[in-house]
Ligand binder design. Structure first.
Ligand code: THG
Length: 292
């Protein structure tokens, strides 16, 4: 699995001000720490950055590429900022992201072509969030067709089906898993990615990691290529690196219909088993799902 570190973002209470003040120290430190934690790409999330986004993105790219050799993922909806970052980038790069919205897709694809970049195809359209697995499939076909027409081969496209919080709708959680089973057929050669922490948005902080890790394992079963993750969740990193086959086996067997006796499992395994049941929609999500 290719891991994209989510931690360098403008929502952060320390990094937000550092970005606005062009204070390089905390930004460099975060890029170094994510690199040491073992991520493969550093996501540079400057948000919508409507004012001065171009100058900001160029500054972040320069700041970060001075301290890490990792591939960079430029995360903004502002395509002027995207182009400014691409213009100063000296190594491989991922455009995060290009959506299907008619106001964005042509320019986004043009940038990917011009700068020979990889790109995340975000399945967000003029109508907003896809409603189910069928809309995700339709949007993927559209996106890949347009990208190919613009000269971008499938190998450079990473499709993101858009994970959404379990606290909002379990059917959307299931739709992304189902989508993963179809992607290889719909778009051969395309890669995949997903923002894992989205799934636990709104859940109590101490419990978010269980949802993030378990969802990753479920998507891994159908070949998830990469994920945007919390670089400092050590257990998640270990699972992604194949160092916890015991947990992966438990979750995958449950997806195949096995029903382990959860009360007889050790606490850690029981947590994964309970979380799997919630993410499969077999038991209701509540903020105390681990206790049930
Ligand atoms: N798909 C793609 N790109 C994405 C997302 C996606 N980029 C943004 C987001 N989703 C992934 N990045 C984050 C970054 C931070 C958090 C979640 C997802 C997060 N942060 C904590 C919080 O808000 O509580 C802590 C913030 C902090 O202090 O660092 O949850 O889906 N293509």
């Amino acid at each position: 699995m290719i891991l994209i570190g989510e931690n360098l973002n403008v929502m952060s209470q320390t990094l937000g001000p550092a970005l606005r003040e062009r204070n390089a120290g905390p930004i460099e430190e975060m890029a170094r720490e994510e690199t040491e934690a073992g991520i493969d790409l550093v996501d540079l999330n400057i948000g919508p950055a409507r004012k001065g986004g171009d100058e900001l993105m160029a500054w972040v790219v320069n700041t970060v590429q001075a301290v890490t050799d990792k591939m960079l993922s430029l995360d903004t909806t502002n395509l002027d900022a995207m182009e400014a970052g691409l213009g100063v980038r000296k190594g491989p790069v991922l455009i995060n992201s290009v959506s299907l919205q008619s106001s964005r897709i042509d320019r986004g694809l043009e940038l990917a072509n011009k700068y020979n970049a990889n790109l995340i195809g975000l399945l967000w359209s003029n109508e907003g969030m896809p409603r189910d697995v069928n809309e995700r499939a339709m949007h993927t076909v559209d996106f890949v067709y347009k990208a190919n027409e613009a000269g971008i081969p499938n190998e450079r496209i990473w499709i993101d089906p858009i994970a959404s919080p379990i606290s909002v709708e379990i059917n959307q959680v299931k739709a992304c898993v189902e989508f993963m089973t179809m992607l290889g057929e719909i778009a051969p050669g395309c890669k995949s990615t997903v923002g894992l922490s989205n799934i636990s948005n709104g859940a109590p902080d101490a419990l978010r990691c269980w949802l993030n890790r378990t969802y990753m394992i479920m998507l891994m079963r159908y070949g998830l290529y990469s994920a945007i993750v919390d670089a400092f969740d050590k257990d998640l990193m270990q699972i992604a690196r194949g160092e916890r086959p015991d947990i992966v086996e438990l979750v995958h067997k449950m997806m195949d219909g096995e029903k382990p006796d959860i009360s007889s499992l050790p606490k850690e395994m029981a947590n994964y088993a309970r979380t799997t049941r919630v993410l499969m929609g077999e038991s209701l999500y509540s903020a105390s799902w681990l206790e049930v």
